[in-house]
Structures are given as C-alpha cells and as structure tokens.
Design a protein around this ligand. Sequence first.
Ligand code: CP
Length: 303
Amino acid sequence: MKNKSLVSINDYSVEEILYILKLASYFEKNPIQPLMQDKVIASLFFEPSTRTRLSFETAMGRLGAKIIGFTDSSSSSTTKGESIKDTIRMVSNYADLIVMRHSLEGSVRYASEQSSVPVINAGDGANQHPTQTLLDLYSIQKTQGRLDNLKIFLVGDLKYGRTVHSLLIALSLFNPEFYFVAPEELSLPKEYKLFLQRKGITFYEDVEMNNLDKADILYMTRVQKERFSDPMEYERVKNAYVLRNSMLNKTKDNMRVLHPLPRVNEIDTDVDSNPKAYYFQQAENGVYTRMAIISAIMGLSLT
Ligand code: CP
C-alpha cells in the first residue's frame, strides 16, 4: 500500500484492511506522532464536508504534516474553468499526498491517474467513500470484538449512499448477513446485489424497519438531498425512516447504531444518550483510522 492511491475499497486486500485497523488501534493509544514534519498534504474538497475534512486535517496535524488546499472549490481556479487534470498536475508538484472529495463519480480515480503522488478518495459522488468504510470497520471491530458473521442492517438511502456501497463491499470479506431497508426509489442498485449474489452472501430487502432484534449493527443513513435532480422525489422520501429510542428496547445488548453523519431526521435526538448509539464515537474513530491510512501510504516507520 506504500505510495498507492486509495480510490476504492477494492484497492485493499483483506490483509491490508486488517493492517489499517491494527494501525488505527495503535494511533488511538498514541495519537501524537509527528513523523511527517517534512511533508505537505493537499486537502482538496470540491464538495462540502465536516467530519471527513476535519478528521483528515486533524490526522495530518497529529502526524506533523503541513496542510494546503481548499474547503470550497469556489475559492480555487476551478471557477475560472481549470480542469481537474490541470489542478491535480499542479497540486501534485506541491504536495506529497492528495486527499480529494468531488461530487462526480470516477473523478478521484481520474485524478489519481493524473497525479504523480498518491491520492486518497474522500468521497466521489454516489460512488465510494473508502476511508469512511475503514473507520466503520474499525468501529464495528471495536464494538463487536470481531468483523465476521455479523448481522448488518443498512437503512435509508441505499441508492446514492456511497458509504453503504463501500461498506458492503468491504464487509463481504467477512461473511455477513445483510438486511437492506429502503424505499423502492432508494433501493440498493442492481450491480451491488449481483456482486453479493456472486459471492454467495445472504441478504434480505424490506421497505420497513422490521426485525431489529436480529441486528448486531444498525447502520442508518441520511436521504441525501444533494443527489436528487427532482426536488419532489426528495420530498416524497426524505422522512422515510426515523429511529426512535423506544425502537431499541428489544435489540441485542451488543447492538450498536452507526451513522456516517451528518444526520437530519433519521435518528431522533432521544437516541443519542442510549449506550447503543455509537455514531459520535464512530466519527472520532475517523481521526485514528485516517492517521493509519496516511501513515501506511506514506510508509512511515512508527516508534
Ligand atoms: N461522513 C461524512 O462523509 O461526513 P462529512 O460529509 O461531514 O465529511
């Protein structure tokens, strides 16, 4: 993985995924490791972000790297018509590593092909969010003590949800049983179902949040307004699911509620104080996991 871009979760083998999780655990215990004082990392966010950008920049800061970049592409020369290709060719002359988010599916793969330094995908449209997946796996491993043979409920926007797409690919390495809950309009795209069928992985589909008592992980997602071209369609499905505290009463003790965040209405705030709510710790795990990803790609020697 040294000097290799991370564009899709498919870029990592199961051994590489487990190595990142082990490194993340090391960084959770040793969060200040200024090993990159002579390095520059570019943080290019063409699309809005709170957690991904700030946890990446915290990770970069704790590793001692200098950070360049932008949080809003309107402050870059993109507004003058500069192409992704030219932007990336320039930035890869300035930085040792690029972290990039863009609304266009495939844009980060394209950027990695133009770049002379590794590129990390911080989310490309509805396609992939591999670093979110690694922090999700870290969170699942921490809360369940294992990754294999778990019953995973994925709820909400399964059509456009890039976190769902990356996560189901990664979890398919660990013999899961999936329960997909989505309105018809936002159901999981056919290519992902074919992928699971080819791998012989059991999955069930429902439009209601039934059988929560079976869940080890309940992964809620937001219906993403920004992915809809038709505002009326968004209005129809935006409040399809709302998780309330009372709905957790009969769930297993080990069950944890995850959400990549931000949430809108899909988890009522009355869930936040339930010990089964894990989404804020999950977001914190992003710092350790992203320190691990950066250090693995940069080939850092840990003390
Ligand atoms: N989970 C996630 O990608 O959050 P942000 O959009 O705030 O980065």
